[in-house]
Design a protein around this ligand. Structure first.
Ligand code: ADP
Length: 814
């Protein structure tokens, strides 16, 4: 049975016997020696024990079932671990040489024969134990020697490694498992400026930039726990106080069992790469911001904020306003408190636009400025007074650059970047970055401007398309560049036919019109001018105003034709009607006054004449009023019309008779008609008025008298009346217009012939209403002939046609 107590360095004796009592006997004998005694009852158990422990000697029973002592001994000898353990056979067998020989050849070193002599057994076992102890001692001495040699080797290699580490351009250190530094290489001391006696286990905390420290420490703690390699980017303070970006790395060194023994760390200067990377990121981010918004002022503010921290401690953006003044559209600082301070400083000492350096100068010259190191002298020369200098000093300005926002043809503004507490010094590379930023900002500003212009134009185009005023644009060469929808509608001339053509060729009479239209300069109020414009449908009156601008002239116009017509109609009405009313009124008034006079006795002849005047003039007044009423009824469509079967000849005869009564002496009235004429479909009363008007006019406009002929004839489906005189005649251009309301050829009555200008208008309207036609043929000074055609009454039996108004009547002699 094996003991379960842990193995100790006490010499151990393995006792193997299949019989417990033998084992007990052996134990009893050997116990006093104080060795560790391990008893097992089979060969298999013995082999197991030998695997577990180191034995000084084995006592082996020769005769055992299954695996006997000889077989077990040879197995023990075959095993590397147990081959040197001395075996003492315990046997009751004969002392025959054969057995002894077999025992030795199986690896026995000695024999003990039963019955056992305790003294002999103890002394034999003691000898082997002593031998074992000696061997062990020798082994320990050899191990110690080996360790010492190793330590020496290690020291030598550490020195070599340190020499190597010192020679490296990187910072190298080692740290224990707790992270505390145990070694720093030479570069560390050179870079940080620390002395060897100052460098402690956590010195790196002192040189890492305060902003980067929390992350670096947290990450280090994490890797110390997990044993993963450590990697972090941080800024390391150099001996001169500036910071440079480093890549810090640490990897664990492990022993054969995989336990971390210590860490090797390095810090590699990645400042330049990092700056380029940061710059690239910054430029990309700035580009993004700039491209996102079209409000460039807001965008520039965002860029300034972005620049602060990435490339500067301060950033200001100035732009040139449309009036040429410079305004600061964005300013940002790492520390908002400082911002207030600078604002106050600027208010107290506003930068002068003609200062020799700064944003204004950069805008003026279009040239970038770079001051790597701002010196005290520079501040002194820039300061206006002591207080100013003091304030400037407080700003802690270290380095400065200012780049223009250069568009194709002008300077749009400038971006100023200043480094202060970060201690950063700008160099040529940084200037390139700033210029790149400026390029992108310029693009953004231009895009925003272009967009706004396009918007404005689109807006203007929409307005132009929808406004009621006609608008057209001529370029500096007088070519039509725009002709809006209203212009098309008013004039009837379409843009497609006009664009690109010279106005002089495309617009009839343009040359004389152009000289009449005053052209205001941009910004000045335009003065409209009313001019006639010849268009395909006739003549228009338009009110035009014009404004000149860089690329030509814009004309805006309104159609005044209707307004002009109304206005002139109103004037005509007032002029003619008031005159026409005043004349009979004056006559009536005069006659009435005379009749009323009590001082003069009027003879009855004169009295009757005066009363006649009153009656005649009153009837003339009523005629005028009737005409006005009739015209107004025609206008409003309220005139009632009663179309019936009328006898044209009867009407003509009646009117000629009536006219004859009043006609002046020099006028001869003649009626000419065929024997019979078909009846016409008209309103008899209205037709009479038409014929009466025409006969009256013929007489009126023949001041020198002459023949007035009223001729009737049958025309296909019509009856035509022709009233001709040999009077004043009407010039061709006026012949159409005399049928207009209030239109008179001689409104000033130079020939002394009065009238309201309503007669022919009424005639035209009445004739139109019976589907007839009225027109004139005339020549100035050679008399006129007015024609009226009225449709014949259809050959349908009509109850309304009386006896006396038969379809055909004989013409009465004139
Ligand atoms: P009024 O005679 O009251 O002026 P009308 O409408 O009858 O108005 O005629 C319009 C104008 O036409 C006249 O003012 C006159 O100038 C011209 N006119 C009309 N009839 C004749 C005519 N027979 N001969 C010459 N001119 C005429």
């Amino acid at each position: 049975m094996s003991e379960t107590e842990p193995l100790v360095q006490r010499p151990s004796i393995l006792m193997v016997d299949d019989r417990e009592e033998n084992l007990l006997a052996l134990t009893a004998i050997l116990e006093p020696l104080g060795y560790r005694l391990v008893s097992v009852t089979s060969g298999t158990d013995a082999l197991k024990e030998l695997l577990l422990g180191d034995f000084a000697c084995i006592l082996l029973d020769v005769q055992m079932p299954e695996l006997d002592g000889f077989e077990l001994a040879s197995l023990i000898k075959q095993r590397k671990r147990s081959e040197h353990i001395p075996i003492i056979f315990v046997t009751a067998l004969s002392k025959e040489d054969r057995h002894v020989y077999r025992g030795y050849s199986a690896g026995a070193v000695d024999y003990i024969f039963k019955p056992i002599d305790p003294g002999i057994l103890r002394s034999k076992v003691s000898v082997f134990v002593e031998l074992w102890a000696k061997n062990r001692q020798l082994q320990q001495q050899a191990d110690l020697l080996h360790e010492q040699q190793l330590a020496e080797l290690e020291r030598a290699s550490t020195v070599r490694y340190r020499q190597l580490a010192d020679a490296m351009p990187q910072i190298v250190w080692t740290s224990g498992v707790d992270g505390g530094a145990t070694y720093f290489n030479r570069r560390w001391f050179e870079y940080t400026g620390m002395r060897a006696d100052e460098a402690g286990p956590h010195s790196w905390h002192l040189v890492v930039h305060p902003d980067d420290l929390p992350v670096a420490v947290a990450r280090r703690e994490q890797t110390l726990e997990s044993g993963e390699p450590y990697e972090v980017e941080y800024r390391f303070r150099a001996a001169d106080g500036t910071y440079r970006w480093h890549l810090g790395r640490a990897v664990p060194m492990r022993d054969a069992a995989g336990r971390i023994e210590f860490w090797i760390g390095t810090a590699t200067d990645i400042h330049d790469r990092k700056i380029i990377e940061d710059q690239r990121t910054f430029i990309v981010a700035a580009g993004d911001v700039l491209a996102r918004s079209l409000d460039y002022r807001e965008t520039l503010t965002q860029v300034a904020v972005l620049a602060v921290g990435d490339v500067a401690d301060w950033c200001a953006v100035h732009v040139v306003e449309t009036d040429g003044s410079i305004s600061e559209v964005a300013v940002a600082h790492r520390d908002p408190a400082r911002l207030t301070f600078t604002r106050e400083l600027q208010e107290r000492y506003p930068p002068s636009p003609d200062q020799p350096a700064g944003a204004a100068a950069v805008i003026r010259t279009g040239k970038a400025e770079l001051v790597s190191v701002i010196t005290g002298e520079m501040l002194e020369s820039a300061a206006v007074d002591e207080l100013h200098l003091d304030l400037l000093r407080q700003l802690d300005l270290r380095s400065y650059m200012c780049v223009p926002l250069l568009s194709r043809d002008r300077v749009l503004g400038a971006i100023t970047l200043i480094s202060s507490e970060s201690g950063r010094r700008y160099d040529r590379e940084d200037l390139l970055l700033a210029e790149e930023l400026a390029r992108r900002a310029t693009m953004a500003i231009e895009n925003a401007r272009l967009f706004r212009q396009a918007e404005d134009r689109a807006q203007a185009a929409r307005v132009l398309a929808t406004i009621g005023d006609g608008v057209f644009l001529l370029d500096r060469n007088g070519r039509i560049r725009l002709w809006n929808a209203a212009a098309e509608r008013i004039t009837g001339m379409v843009e497609a036919d006009l664009l690109g053509r010279a106005a002089a060729a495309a617009i009839p009479g343009w040359e004389s019109l152009e000289s009449r239209i005053p052209v205001a300069r941009e910004g000045e109020p335009a003065r409209p001018e009313s001019v006639p414009l010849e268009v395909p449908g006739g003549e228009l009156w338009i009110s035009v105003s014009a404004v000149g601008y860089e690329e030509g002239t814009v004309y805006a116009f309104r159609d005044l034709t209707e307004e002009t017509a109304l206005e002139s109609m109103r004037q005509d009405l007032v002029a003619t009607v008031s005159h026409e009313l005043r004349t009979p009124l004056a006559a009536i008034y005069g006659a009435a006054l005379t009749l009323r006079r009590e001082d003069v006795e009027l003879e009855s002849g004169l009295r009757n004449k005066l009363l006649e005047v009153v009656a005649e003039e009153a009837s003339r007044l009523s005629e005028i009023v009737n005409d006005l009423l009739l015209a107004s009824q025609l206008d409003s469509g309220k005139l009632r019309i009663n179309i019936e079967q009328c006898d044209p000849l009867e009407i003509a005869q009646l009117e000629v008779e009536t006219a004859r009564v009043h006609a002046p002496g020099g006028v001869e009235l003649v009626l000419k008609s065929p024997q019979s004429l078909p009846a016409v479909a008209a309103d008899a009363g209205q037709l009479r008025q038409v014929i009466s008007n025409l006969i009256d006019n013929a007489i009126k406009y023949s001041p020198d008298g002459g023949k007035v002929l009223v001729a009737l004839e049958e025309r296909d489906h019509h009856v035509r009346f022709a009233i001709s005189d040999s009077g004043l005649g009407i010039p061709a251009p006026e012949q159409r217009r005399i049928f207009e309301k209030f239109y008179r050829l001689d409104p000033d009555m130079t020939r002394g012939i009065g009238g309201t200008g309503l007669g022919l208008y009424i005639c035209r309207e009445l004739v139109r209403r019976v589907n007839g036609r009225i027109w004139v043929e005339s020549e100035r000074g050679a008399g006129s002939t007015f024609f009226v055609e009225v449709p014949q009454e259809q050959a349908t039996p009509s109850g309304t046609a009386g006896e006396g108004t038969g379809r055909r009547r004989a013409a009465a002699p004139a």
